[in-house]
Design a binder for this molecule. Structure first.
Ligand code: NCD
Length: 287
């Protein structure tokens, strides 16, 4: 496997292999000097056409811990703002001698296109509504670390599924590892066509909460919406927000997850994010 573009391309063996590698690397992260020479002499560069906090920093931290050289590049202060095309920008970066390029873009398919243009390995750090494969891998790793094997586990993904690349990658990753996935959202926040998705659907969070091992919350991705899809955020929160009262109806061992950035008070109550069962900070650490 040269590139990491989509979870939908991964086999079960590849998924298990990546999670096994992560175990070894997590151990490195706990050392006094958290650094190994695995990528010594290699150069990694970033091409982030969309904002990011966690994803950007975690890739940088990982590259440093693997002893790679990094070529930092910010789209907003580069020649992209002078009208340079994606292809010219990519070829310029490649001419610097990079071995890997991490790409985030608002359009689906851009990382795959970049992979066709360059010899370097390409990692998709989120492309439009399509996929966010590294988020899904860290989510699987986090669930496994807390609750064990995902086989037979019941996981609900709640909220703005329609605009979420995280949901698209997580659905494939969770089901690849044997979990049962339920999407919970009002009809307007679900993709219009779920043919071929290995999921069940519910419009009633309260009806499913008690049976779950993991509840995975998503932000309203308003930057991707072109119309009002819920009557009001207050009404959304009343029906789908994870409040402390709703958490009380969940099983004792069940986890609360969120990829960040959280909109506290909307999809997750401020105090719920701090509960011991919230794995939000572990997700970041595992990234
Ligand atoms: C997400 C993203 O950008 O896809 N965040 C992340 O990478 N952890 C989710 C989001 O923006 O809501």
């Amino acid at each position: 496997m040269k590139h990491l573009l989509a979870v939908a391309d991964l086999t079960r063996d590849e998924g298990d292999h990546l999670l096994g590698l992560t175990d070894a690397f997590a151990e490195v992260g706990r050392r006094r000097v958290p650094k190994v020479p695995a990528l010594q002499g290699r150069t990694v560069s970033w091409l982030f056409y969309e904002d990011s906090t966690r994803t950007r920093l975690s890739f940088e931290q990982a590259a440093k811990r693997l002893s790679a050289d990094t070529l930092n590049f910010s789209v907003s202060s580069s020649s992209v703002s002078k009208g340079e095309s994606l292809r010219d920008t990519v070829q310029t970066i490649e001419a610097m001698g990079v071995d890997a390029i991490v790409v985030r873009h608002k359009s689906s398919g851009v990382p795959a296109q970049v992979a066709r243009w360059v010899d370097a390995a390409v990692v998709n750090a989120g492309d439009g509504w399509h996929e966010h494969p590294t988020q899904a891998l860290l989510d699987c790793y986090t669930i496994r670390a807390h609750l064990g094997d995902l086989e037979g586990m019941r996981i609900a993904i709640v909220g703005d599924i329609a605009h979420s690349r995280v949901a698209r990658s997580d659905v494939w990753a969770f089901s690849l590892l044997g979990a049962e996935v339920t999407l919970v959202a009002p009809p307007t926040l679900l993709p219009p066509n779920l043919d071929g998705w290995p999921v069940r659907v519910s419009h009633d969070l309260d009806a499913v909460l008690g049976d779950l091992d993991v509840v995975y919350l998503l932000r309203m991705q308003r930057e991707r919406m072109t119309e009002a899809l819920v009557p009001s955020l207050r009404e959304y929160t009343a029906r789908y927000g994870l409040t402390a009262r709703r958490v009380d109806t969940m099983g004792d061992k069940s986890l609360v997850m969120h990829p960040g950035p959280m909109n506290r008070g909307v999809e997750i109550a401020a105090d719920v994010a701090e509960l011991p069962r919230s794995a939000v900070i572990d997700q970041v650490r595992n990234g």
